[in-house]
Design a protein around this ligand. Structure first.
Ligand code: CTP
Length: 397
């Protein structure tokens, strides 16, 4: 039984929030209502307190809250935050990170899934600022239940009606299920580039930022997995709950991966492993006059391929960076490396792939079925990829 926080803001559709609260209760969940001050002007918090059996929270500084730092304590207790109905104002505050009342402050402290059901006048919903705020939140992983079209409280017709309570509850329950879908599993993720030294100053590497791999790790954690993240040198922070193993070279990455492999249920090789290393790296900086005109390279081990040869129960996910014949080349790698799943990226496409915040991929399972995704943030894409991996994994068993 997860505890759900229901954020309620000041829309005429506020009465539907009671039904949403009831829906979550019927599914066996305890609900804590959190109202904005304006919502409390429309409907007495007493109504939500009575329905939920817990005092609805309105005031950040109320002295009768059962925790000393309530917004943080509650954020740790809940498995899901649903804001329904959500006004243009609360969506804008969430998007900007403004924390000037309990609900907006609480939102910043919530690390778990967040579902927002907007309700407002059509012009307000379609306003470029509101749309930009929705996009911003989506790209950070917040999910929305789209408002419907119809007769609005202001007398207008259009988009902006709060979605049906049943739909909001169903989506909320789906998010809760997803937050547990990898519970008990160990996921090994590799990310970032490797660096192959020539000497202590110079190295051979590539343009990988590590973002896609880090998002895959973050999403696996969000689904309840234990995550070991083997990472090459990158400029971004790892997810807080990942067990991080830092490596530099392909050889170091291979050693770390082989050490963790036996315990892993899923392996996600998102790292851009350098294909070559220098044949004779020097321990001291090579002075220019001593540098030869050409330098000998040798191949690095293909880590994924060797995992493909060793796997027992592990589910192996590879990534492919291609500039042409995406599907054929990616499928060939699935076969050659004995993979269960492949995320193929067209790195020649504009605004996606290496070092970009956005990505687009072709998701391919071991049977060769390929599904293209839309272009989206790497955070959103990591969710799509894990959904597809989990589906394909369930089919395999
Ligand atoms: N990979 C690996 N070890 C390497 C090279 C790649 O484990 N030495 C893994 C990557 O992490 C990725 C997958 O193999 O999951 C595909 O890598 P990619 O560089 O796209 O393909 P290659 O197999 O190197 O083939 P090519 O360079 O011909 O595209």
């Amino acid at each position: 039984m997860a505890k759900i926080a229901l954020g309620v803001t000041s829309s005429v559709s506020i009465y539907k929030a009671c039904e949403i609260l009831r829906g979550f209760q019927k599914a066996g969940h305890e609900v804590q209502a959190v109202m904005t001050r304006n919502a409390a002007r429309l409907v007495s918090p007493l109504l939500f307190s009575s329905l939920s059996g817990r005092k609805a929270i309105v005031d950040m500084f109320a002295d009768d809250l059962p925790w000393s730092v309530a917004h943080v304590a509650l954020a740790k207790e809940i498995g899901l935050l649903v804001v329904a109905p959500a006004t243009a104002n609360i969506i804008a505050k969430f998007a900007r990170g403004i924390a000037d009342d309990f609900l907006s402050t609480f939102y910043l402290a919530v690390e778990g899934p967040v579902l927002i059901a907007p309700a407002m006048n059509a012009a307000m919903f379609l306003h470029p600022k509101t749309q930009a705020n929705v996009r911003e939140l989506r790209s950070r992983g917040v999910e929305f239940v789209e408002p419907g079209r119809g007769y609005l409280a202001c007398g207008d017709e259009g988009v902006g009606r709060l979605a049906e309570p049943g739909e909001i509850v169903a989506r909320g329950l789906e998010l809760l299920r997803r937050s547990e879908s990898l519970r008990g599993r160990t996921v090994l993720v590799t990310a970032g580039p490797t660096r192959e030294p020539l000497d202590p100053v110079r190295f051979l590497s590539n343009r990988s930022s590590g973002k896609m791999g880090y998002e895959m790790a973050r999403e696996a954690i969000a689904r309840g997995a234990r995550v070991v993240l083997v990472t090459g040198p990158v400029a971004i922070f790892p997810p807080a709950k990942a067990e991080v193993v830092r490596v530099e070279t392909a050889a170091e990455m291979e050693a770390a991966v082989l050490r963790e492999f036996p315990q892993a249920d899923f392996v996600v090789m998102a790292a851009a492993v350098a294909d070559f290393r220098f044949a004779a790296p020097a321990g001291r900086k090579i002075k220019k006059p001593d540098l030869p005109d050409s330098l000998a390279l040798v191949r690095t081990p293909d880590i994924l391929k060797s995992l493909g040869g060793r796997k027992t129960t592990q589910y192996l996910v590879g990534f492919a960076a291609e500039t042409e014949n995406l599907r054929e080349n990616a499928l060939a790698k699935v076969k050659a490396k004995n993979l269960d799943f492949m995320v193929a990226n067209d790195v020649a496409a504009e605004g996606v792939g290496f070092d970009s915040d956005d990505n687009q991929a072709l998701l391919i399972d071991a049977a060769g079925a390929a599904a293209p995704t839309a272009k989206m943030s790497k955070r959103e894409l990591s969710r799509e990829i894990w959904d597809a991996i989990e589906k394909a994994h369930a089919r395999r068993r």
